[in-house]
Design a protein. Structure first.
Length: 436
């Protein structure tokens, strides 16, 4: 519960009951007597009043009028992809070998004659009550992002934020999940940070955080290098945080065990040791294959054609049964498979290498001239665009729905303006600090 946000909303509305409401919330969560709660309430309101209208250009922010939920940011659909393009515009061109403009999950710089690959992944928000799972799957995700750039991971780092009433055991359980993957794949966890969410202003026991990874490479396999004539290959996938969330919140708890593996990482390790030509790699995560197809097409300027039957066969059977039963589109959620785009004459050796590592793989499509993506089902070509939000894989996501609740063009216009204002502010302060 965000006490500061609640207080500021009440003060802006001139709510005469804001103090009593805050006291009731604090007493319920913290189980303290009213006099102690009242003391906290007074401090919260004092701080909220002091910062309602701060003076100075650095504090200026014109709201866009579009919330994260309105635009599906973080929900891995077309709204999320649009926002990430705007984030890249605010950052601007950086001079990096691979930066955010290319929509890859890792960035790359060159140092000492080698490519240094860096990434960071946030833990799945619905795994707050299951810290070990959250740590395990976010670590796997960060390592995947390093591997798909053609790099060898060399270090991990973590950032953990636990709300004020969270039990310290959650921290250790989360670190244990991270360390499990670290030990299994032989990449050390070398540093990190541990903080409370919002300090004293956020009560409850919510856990969030991220894991970062660093890798080294001699050659890269970014999405932009996909070429017409290539084949698309995919390894087996059993899912990670997303599939865990679906299994947990629909009561299919036994399916979680299927996600506890490092097959993706083992397949990637095997490929690093072979001198095969691979143009591009990615992991089937954000928004599922629908989302990956859109981003690869946009970045590489190509058309991708997929065979649905071949993809379906590579989804873990227990996971697939759960998704089919719950009517969750497996093409629109993360299944944590490895997607490889390579010349056709390399496909046999790539497949042999991956299978030797004990991981199933098949050719699932082709890269062609053009744009966008097609899905072939029983020989019939169908549109393969991502939805506004990823497949709804928990009850609350189904209640929210997968479609936009407001006019998308109107929201995009507001977001465009907000990005322009942020760019102008950045330039203004760069110049101001240089002058000083």
């Amino acid at each position: 519960m965000d006490l500061e946000g609640f207080a500021k909303r009440g003060l802006r509305r001139h709510d005469p009951e804001v103090a009593s409401k805050l006291a009731a919330i604090i007493m319920e969560v913290k189980e303290i007597p009213k006099d102690q709660a009242d003391k906290l309430v007074q401090a919260v309101l004092d701080e909220a009043r002091a910062t309602l209208n701060p003076r100075g250009d650095v504090f200026s922010l014109r709201n866009s009028g579009v919330t994260m939920g309105d635009f599906g940011v973080g929900s891995r659909g077309s709204g999320d992809f649009y926002t990430h393009k705007k984030i890249a515009e605010v950052i601007g061109r950086t001079g990096a070998v691979v930066d955010s403009t290319e929509l890859d999950d890792s960035g790359v710089v060159k140092a000492g004659g080698s490519y240094v690959v860096v990434t960071v992944d946030g833990m799945h928000s619905r795994l707050s009550d299951y810290p070990f799972l959250a740590g395990f799957h976010v670590t796997r995700a960060a390592l995947r992002d390093i591997y798909v750039m053609g790099a060898k991971p060399v270090a991990l780092l973590s950032d953990i934020h636990l709300a004020d009433d969270g039990d310290v055991a959650k921290l250790f359980d989360h670190i244990a999940g991270i360390s499990t993957v670290s030990e299994l794949i032989g990449v050390p966890l070398v540093t990190g940070s541990t903080l409370r969410i919002g300090g004293d202003m956020v009560i409850g026991d919510r856990l969030t955080g991220c894991v970062g990874a660093v890798g080294i490479a001699d050659k890269l396999t970014p999405r932009k290098d996909a070429k017409p004539g290539d084949v698309i290959m995919m390894t087996e996938g059993a899912g990670g945080g997303t599939i865990c969330a679906a299994a947990l919140y629909y009561g299919w708890h036994e399916v979680v065990d299927e996600t506890l593996n490092i097959k993706f990482l083992q397949a990637s390790e095997a490929l690093l040791k072979k001198d095969t030509t691979i143009h591009a790699m990615t992991d089937v995560t954000n928004g599922g294959i629908r989302g990956d197809a859109k981003e690869i097409s946009y970045t590489a300027g190509v058309k991708l054609v997929f065979e649905e039957e071949k993809m379906r066969d590579l989804v873990n059977p227990r996971v697939r049964t759960m998704l089919d039963t719950l009517e969750i589109d497996y093409l629109g959620v993360s299944i944590d498979a490895l997607l490889i785009i390579a010349p056709e004459d390399q496909s046999r050796e790539i497949a042999s290498t991956v299978r030797t590592a004990g991981v199933a793989i098949d050719v699932i499509g082709t890269v062609e001239n053009g744009s966008g993506a097609e899905l072939h089902i029983d020989g019939v070509a169908r549109d393969f665009s991502p939805r506004f939000r990823e497949s709804a894989y928990t009850p609350i996501k189904k209640a929210v729905g997968q479609d936009a609740r407001r006019a998308v063009s109107e929201m995009q216009s507001r977001i465009d303006e907000a990005a322009c204002l942020a760019i102008a502010k950045k330039r203004r302060f760069v110049e101001k600090i240089k002058r000083n």
